[in-house]
Design a protein around this ligand. Structure first.
Ligand code: G6P
Length: 611
């Protein structure tokens, strides 16, 4: 979490940094700040969003050709002006921004306090910065050497970026466990947590790896390892368009991304699914087919919405491939000493490719001999580089903090992978295979047909916006969709919502049902349809308010529901790709109706790079 931006070169640094921080705000938005070098170091920080910082700086002389900026998601210390980054070292000469957590900060702080250091903030960042300053003082060494020595003692994850008042033509940065991209321009360099602040100025980028140190000057980029050996920077072309990271007329990124789904699903299928020839082309699967089809077991590892995609994939893979599947929260998996054998395949699902727990989980599994397959959205991200093979979801940049289009793209990619393995294994008969290829092919059109429901869903949101709690129920493939619907509502509208397997509701949640409780049923036509009809009756018998997502042509459930949302009929295996869309819209409109900032819900961040 936290977004970082830096610039050094002939342009004015502040406007570049400010714009970059706004693009990175999805990573954290409780406070922000900049440090600029102009005849000395000038540090400005403000609690709140980047716009609050911008407003506080109106009229100030912000002229500088080198600067660093940060937008924070608090870990150590509450959101406040003094805990905002950049931090300044005790002698005032160094400024530093940090993304990550320094786990042994308490010990370092203790050592520094004994030496007389006094801290102005509660952050681990200020501790590391003064630790660096102290090393510089004691070893009479330059900043680069001091950073190197300091990082050898640091336990935790970081990207740090430093400005030094005494060396105004140099920025120093280092990475372990958090993302860092350098933009290489003509006589200038940019630095950021992802490529979005950079692409406007250059398409040439270097992704910094763990344990690497970058020394940036306007016309020089030096990359070293922590052993002070020079490395050759690998310059890549950025494949990202500016339009993809702008709102393009929508009120919010979340709404834009929900509406993009017919296109992103299409993009995800493009070049892969050939219905005419009944083939699926996926190099990452094809080149590793022996590993995949002979897997003893598949373990889906993910967090948040991506974990829900894993749950749906469990149903898909077990049905089509007949391979046992487990679905694990990465944060639990990494700490519970799981039994892993050589023939196990781990599928790591992640939009950002930077989620700290997922990264460590797959690193551990890899050490124990598992084959790691990544299903990742952000090209070049850490998970995509650690994995043995993978398939990108090609949903484009997702900026709204609550995941929407990345989720449906994950479902599509996972279904394609399962179908390809099933075919190679002869685990699926030709009719079912061809039928499912056609069903997948039709998803973009069917997703498009759901979008005109937007106005109707907006009205429902008005009706239910005052609810204190909500229950989301589904069975079979739609059970994880219920979990995802509940998560969306919680994230965006701050209404307490629980997702449950519809039948399991009788073992607890039914006690909550009264006339004030909205119960959202994900009840599209599938093999559990009759069962879910009974569950709806059980809720109605207790006066609960039923909002049902049903398939077109269903003439049973609408008669017993208070409100319905209709989606096109589809095979139950692809139905979640459609039934989740109205739930995304429902959460979005309730959030908007309550006047909340749906793109930046409180306390959340898009990319959770701390464990
Ligand atoms: C955060 C985001 C979620 C996301 C989860 C996992 O909580 O707010 O939208 O689902 O992280 O992130 P990943 O990038 O690994 O999919």
């Amino acid at each position: 979490m936290c977004g970082i931006v830096a610039y050094i070169g002939p342009r004015e640094a502040y406007p570049i940094i400010l714009k970059g921080l706004k693009r990175l705000e999805y990573r954290g938005y409780d406070s922000s700040g900049v440090a600029l070098l102009n005849h000395g170091l000038h540090v400005y920080k403000k609690k709140g969003k980047v716009a609050d910082l911008e407003e506080s700086l109106v009229g100030k002389n912000l002229h500088a050709h080198a600067g660093i900026g940060h937008t924070r998601w608090a870990t150590h210390g509450e959101p406040s002006d003094r805990n905002a980054h950049p931090h300044q070292s005790a002698n005032g000469k160094l400024a530093m921004i940090h993304n990550g957590i320094i786990e042994n900060y308490a010990q370092l702080k203790n050592e520094l306090q004994k030496k007389g250091y006094v801290f102005k903030s509660d952050t681990d960042t200020e501790v590391l910065l003064n630790f660096i300053e102290d090393i510089q003082k004691n070893n009479y060494c330059g900043l680069e050497e001091a950073v190197r020595i300091a990082l050898r003692r640091v336990v935790g994850a970081y990207v740090i970026v430093l400005l030094d008042q005494d060396n105004p033509d140099t920025i120093i940065a280092a990475r372990k466990g958090s993302p860092l991209v350098i933009g290489v321009g003509k006589g200038e360099h940019f630095l950021a947590s992802d490529a979005s602040p950079i692409i406007e100025y250059t398409k040439e980028a270097v992704y910094v790896n763990d344990y690497e140190l970058a020394i940036l000057r306007p016309d020089e980029l030096i990359l070293k390892n922590l052993g002070n050996e020079k490395l050759t920077p690998f310059i890549q072309k950025l494949d990202l368009e500016l339009a993809a990271i702008e709102k393009e007329g929508y009120d919010h990124f979340m709404l834009k991304e929900i509406f993009e789904q017919p296109d992103t699903i299409f993009d995800c299928l493009r070049g892969r699914l050939d219905v005419g020839n009944a083939t699926i082309t996926m190099a990452g699967v094809q080149n590793n087919i022996e590993h995949l089809k002979n897997a003893n077991r598949i373990i889906m590892v993910a967090c948040g919405t991506s974990w829900h995609a894993g749950l749906i994939a469990e149903y898909i893979f077990e049905e089509l491939c007949r391979i046992p599947v487990e679905v694990e929260y990465a944060s639990e998996f990494r700490y519970r000493n799981p039994v892993i054998h050589k023939g196990d395949v781990i599928i790591a699902i992640s939009q950002s490719g930077e989620t700290a727990d997922t990264i460590v989980a797959i690193e551990k599994a890899k050490e124990q001999g598992a084959f790691i397959f990544g299903v990742v959205n952000v090209v070049g991200s850490s998970i995509s580089r650690i994995a043995d093979a993978g398939a990108y979801t090609h949903a484009g940049p997702e900026i709204g903090v609550a995941s929407t289009k990345a989720f449906t793209a994950q479902l599509v990619v996972l279904a394609l992978i399962a179908l390809k393995i099933a075919k190679e294994k002869n685990a699926i008969n030709d009719d079912r295979y061809v039928h499912l290829l056609n069903e997948l092919h039709n998803v973009p059109e069917k997703a498009k047909a759901i979008l005109p429901m937007n106005e109707h869903i907006k009205k429902l949101a008005e009706k239910y916006k005052h609810a204190k709690d909500a229950l989301y129920l589904g069975r079979g493939y739609n059970f994880p969709v219920a979990l995802e619907g509940a998560l969306k509502l919680k994230e965006i509208s701050y209404i307490h919502a629980e997702g449950y397997a519809a039948a399991e509701m009788k073992h607890g949640p039914i006690a909550l049902v009264d006339e004030a409780l909205p119960v959202v049923f994900v009840a599209t036509k599938d093999s559990c349809h009759e069962k879910i009809v009974s569950n709806i009756q059980e809720i109605k018998a207790r006066k609960g308010k039923v909002i049902a997502v049903v398939s077109e042509g269903d003439d049973v459930i609408p008669k017993m529901s208070d409100d319905i949302i209709t989606v096109p009929e589809a095979d139950e295996l692809v139905a979640p790709m459609l039934s989740v869309i109205p739930l995304q819209l429902f959460a979005y409109h309730i959030g908007v109706a309550k006047g909340l900032d749906v793109d930046k819900p409180r306390n959340l961040a898009k990319s959770v790079t701390v464990e």
